[in-house]
Structures are given as structure tokens and as C-alpha cells.
Design a protein around this ligand. Structure first.
Ligand SMILES: *Cc1c(COP(=O)(O)O)cnc(C)c1O
Length: 392
């Protein structure tokens, strides 16, 4: 057997994540591995927490990166805040709300579902109704940026409603963080999780989380042990908590944390507001191109995520063949529809480092060529110029 080193092809990643990783981050990843209790490493851990405070716009002490992907950040929030027998209101308007329901059930709690159509935002009136019907609910969970559909819900309003009914909130900000405003303190979010491979454009595999004082109090007052040893924040806090007493819990992913540190430094250099504005600008240019081509968006204009563009697949198109050609001939990855959206939409990510003018023009040009080459009735030859006109 002679398997040789793996050299991945050089792709442009414009799907639902991972997104193109900034070369600065890949370089940081290759720096020498040191011990996880090395004072130099511990100092870097403190800086990561500080940088995460900025990214999340929070002063929450309990803010740290979970050593596993976004799904583990999700699970960390649920296993720590939810106890067996609890009632949790879960708002679902796409795939990821369904995973929240799974988490609630696996915690031995009862999910109360508030459902909205896929592609629509979470309806605050429905949440309010569910809160009134379930005065014993303790927690409300929802997805801020639903990556399966490209819709962004009004987190601030949903959190306010939850608090009016004495519920704590769990918010999925995996796709929103770094791409659109996420204001943990201003909005009063109690538990939030994100991911590194979407708008932070870092490598996949880490999940930043943050917990309010009220969330920490609830965790400390639990009557049941957290069902997961690895994710039990009471234990994790001893490792990430700071001070001289840092104790071994697990071995942090040393080099991936160099990468996260670098990605957060890049975010700080650009500034959050500038990053949000850049995501919006590139989305507007892509939109101009798609409209010139005759393609339509799946989500109402005011609810769209700039970093995740769901476009409706024209009638009769072999959508998998389109994605395959984009990958083989253009080294360009775009996303398919997830679950019930399969075959109905493409998901075009403009996340983090991948949200730039070159990618917008490249994607429009490639899609235009592939679709017209397949004989699909689009307005060929207009999209790139429409996007350029937007930029000018
Ligand atoms: C990607 C994503 C996740 C899961 O993150 P992983 O890093 O893939 O585990 C969770 N929620 C949303 C909204 C996502 O887009």
C-alpha cells in the first residue's frame, strides 16, 4: 500500500460553510505546537476570550471557544441550561431549529414547537402565543440566521418576549457572527453559540459560546448533573476560567486556537461595522447580478441574510449537474438545498473572507456560462455587468 500525502484542490468556497480561509489564518495554524498549560498559550487563551467579547459585543465573563464544531456549541448550551422535565419553546423555520428540538428531547425535556414556513422568519406573535399558553416554560431557543433557508429573524424582539415571560434564551448565531449584527448584551441573549467556519472564515471545528449572568446562575443551581462530562461548563470553567488555577480538563486544540485567534484579530482590524457593511455590499452586488440573469431569491428582501443567498432553481434544471460542473470546471463550490429545500434552492455563501468583489463576479460569470451552456433560459451575459455597475 502506498498512500501519499493529501493535497486538496484549490477551491473557492461559496457554499453554506466552510468558507474560504484567509491565508493569514492558515499560516497561524502552522506555527509550532506548544503545551496547553504553557504560560504563552494560557496568555493567548485570555486574548481569545477578550477578542470574543468584542465579536459577540458582550461583557459576559463566561465567553469561550468550545473545542468542537458549532453543533457542539449548540449542545453545550442545551445540556447546561436545560434540565430533565423542563419545558423549552423551540422556534423552527428551517433545519437547525429541528436540531434544537432533538437537543431538548435528549436532555429529557419537552420541546414546545413554534413553527414557521421555511424561508420565513420566526414570527414573534406565534412565540408570544406559545409563551402565554406555556407559563411553565423556562427557556426559549431559536436560530438567528437560518443557514438552510437564508432568513434572519429578529433576535432582539424574540429575546424581549422570552424575558417578559421569565424565560432564558438560547440563540444560534453560527452563521450570523461576523456577517450581520449580533449584539449579545444589547439584546440580552442568555446563551449563544457560533461557529468558526462561516463568517469568521476560520477552519471548522471550534464553537465560540457566551453565557449571561442569569444563565450562569441557572447552571450553578442545577439539580441534575449535566449529562455530558465534556460539555459540563462547571468543569470547563476551571480550564478556561482564567487565573493561576487553570486545571487540566481536556487538551485544547492548540493550533486551531492559533487560527481562531488570528481570525478574531483580523475581525478586530477590520472592525465589526465594516465587516457587516462589506457583507451587505457584496450581497447587493450578487443580487443585482442574479436579477439581471433572471434568477429570483427565495427569501423576502427585508429578511435576507447577506452572507447566505438562497436562489430559486429555475424549472427543469438538473441542479446537481450545475454544481458538479462548477466544481470540476471552475473549482467553485456552491451549496445545495438542505432537507425539504433539496432541489428547490441553491445556497450561495458570501461569508467572511469569501465575501469579496472577485468572488461575486466569478460566481456570476461561472453560473451564467454553465446555465446558458445547458440551454437554460436565462438572460445571459448581463449578470457580471450588473454587479460591476452596482460596485461602481
Ligand atoms: C453550520 C451551522 C451549524 C453547525 O455548525 P457545525 O460547525 O457544522 O457543527 C449550526 N447552526 C447553524 C445555523 C449553522 O449554519
Amino acid at each position: 500500500m502506498s498512500i501519499s500525502s493529501f493535497h486538496p484542490p484549490e477551491r473557492t468556497l461559496m457554499g453554506p460553510g466552510p468558507s474560504d480561509v484567509n491565508p493569514r489564518i492558515l499560516e497561524a495554524l502552522s506555527r509550532p505546537t506548544i503545551g496547553h498549560l504553557d504560560p504563552a498559550f494560557v496568555g493567548m487563551m485570555e486574548e481569545i476570550k477578550e477578542l470574543l467579547h468584542y465579536a459577540f459585543q458582550t461583557e459576559n465573563q463566561l465567553t469561550l471557544p468550545v473545542s468542537a464544531p458549532g453543533s457542539a456549541g449548540m449542545e453545550t448550551c442545551f445540556v447546561n441550561l436545560v434540565e430533565p422535565g423542563d419545558k423549552v419553546i423551540v422556534c423552527q423555520n428551517g433545519v437547525f431549529g429541528g436540531r434544537m428540538k432533538e437537543n431538548v428531547e435528549r436532555c429529557g425535556a419537552t420541546p414546545i414547537m413554534v413553527e414557521d414556513d421555511w424561508g420565513k422568519v420566526v414570527d414573534p406573535n406565534k412565540l408570544e402565543e406559545a409563551l402565554k399558553q406555556n407559563p411553565d416554560a423556562r427557556t426559549v431557543a431559536f436560530v438567528h440566521a437560518e443557514t438552510s433557508t437564508g432568513a434572519q429573524s429578529d433576535a432582539s424582539t424574540l429575546v424581549d418576549l422570552a424575558h417578559q415571560h421569565d424565560c432564558l434564551t438560547i440563540v444560534d448565531a453560527v452563521t450570523s457572527l461576523g456577517g450581520t449584527p449580533v449584539k449579545v448584551d444589547e439584546w440580552g441573549i442568555d446563551a449563544i453559540y457560533s461557529g468558526t467556519q462561516k463568517c469568521l472564515s476560520c477552519i471548522p471545528g471550534i464553537s465560540p459560546v457566551s453565557f449571561s449572568e442569569a444563565a450562569v446562575e441557572r447552571i450553578k443551581a442545577r439539580t441534575h448533573k449535566v449529562q455530558s462530562w465534556f460539555m459540563d461548563l462547571n468543569l470547563v470553567m476551571g480550564y478556561w476560567g482564567g487565573g493561576a488555577t487553570r486545571a487540566y480538563h481536556h487538551t485544547a486544540p492548540i493550533n486551531p486556537l492559533y487560527a481562531l485567534h488570528e481570525s478574531l484579530v483580523i475581525l478586530q482590524e477590520e472592525g465589526l461595522e465594516n465587516a457587516w457593511a462589506r457583507h451587505d455590499r457584496n450581497h447587493q452586488a450578487l443580487k443585482s447580478g442574479f436579477e439581471a440573469m433572471g434568477l429570483t431569491f427565495f427569501v423576502n428582501e427585508e429578511d435576507r441574510l447577506p452572507q447566505l443567498n438562497a436562489v430559486t432553481i429555475p424549472e427543469g434544471v438538473d441542479e446537481a449537474a450545475v454544481r458538479k460542473t462548477l466544481l470540476s470546471d471552475y473549482n467553485l463550490e456552491i451549496g445545495a438545498g438542505l432537507g425539504p429545500m433539496a432541489g428547490k434552492i441553491w445556497r450561495i455563501g458570501l461569508m467572511g473572507y469569501a465575501s469579496n468583489e472577485k468572488n461575486v463576479l466569478f460566481c456570476l460569470g461561472a453560473l451564467d456560462a454553465v446555465l446558458s451552456g445547458m440551454g437554460v433560459g436565462i438572460n445571459s451575459g448581463k449578470a457580471v455587468n450588473a454587479a460591476r455597475a452596482y460596485y461602481e
